[in-house]
Design a protein around this ligand. Structure first.
Ligand code: RTP
Ligand code: MG
Length: 148
């Protein structure tokens, strides 16, 4: 079953959007595999956003993501990587559709509430970066077939 890594960024936590965001993935039908509330070290932040290391916004991105606690999660389900990106919405909240998390709650690219892995390879790498194998909980909801 496909898995993705999601993180509610410091702005999402400060704005008390944790419950609202988790509810959206639960009611969509995805299954929670791992969750932790944590401060992010600069080392972890830099590894996570390594692909953006040469970009002009890299330093402010690292400052922001380490500025307060985040909710790190792994979610599972058919097509969860692309579907989560759809539920999250476009990077710049001014371009994200109403109904998406960023479209409903954000106005600023640098404060866009939540991260979601963008492809199978990055999902695999990000899950391994943020979680130990034993922190991933293997379970299945009782009702199968129409909910994951
Ligand atoms: P994320 O990785 O955080 O889920 O966001 P994303 O895939 O939608 O966007 P990405 O291109 O990976 O960018 C990572 C984060 O860097 C900040 N950013 N600032 N032009 C800018 O000022 C700019 N572009 C990107 C955003 O906070 C974005 O979420
Ligand atoms: Mg990204």
């Amino acid at each position: 079953m496909e898995r993705t890594f999601l993180a509610i960024k410091p702005d999402g936590v400060q704005r008390k959007l944790v419950g609202e965001i988790i509810r959206r993935f639960e009611t969509k039908g995805f299954t929670l595999v791992a969750l932790k509330f944590m401060n992010v070290s600069r080392e972890l932040a830099q590894a996570h956003y390594d692909v953006h290391r040469e970009r002009p916004f890299f330093a402010s991105l690292i400052d922001f993501i380490t500025s307060g606690p985040v909710v790190a999660m792994v979610w599972e389900g058919d097509g969860v990587i692309a579907s989560a990106r759809k539920l999250i919405g476009a990077t710049n909240p001014l371009n994200s559709e109403p109904g998406t998390i960023r479209g409903d709650f954000g106005v600023n690219t640098g404060r866009n509430i939540i991260h979601g892995s963008d492809a199978p390879e990055t999902a695999k790498n990000e899950i391994a970066l943020w979680f130990k194998e034993e922190e991933l909980v293997n379970w299945a909801p009782e009702i199968k077939g129409w909910l994951y």
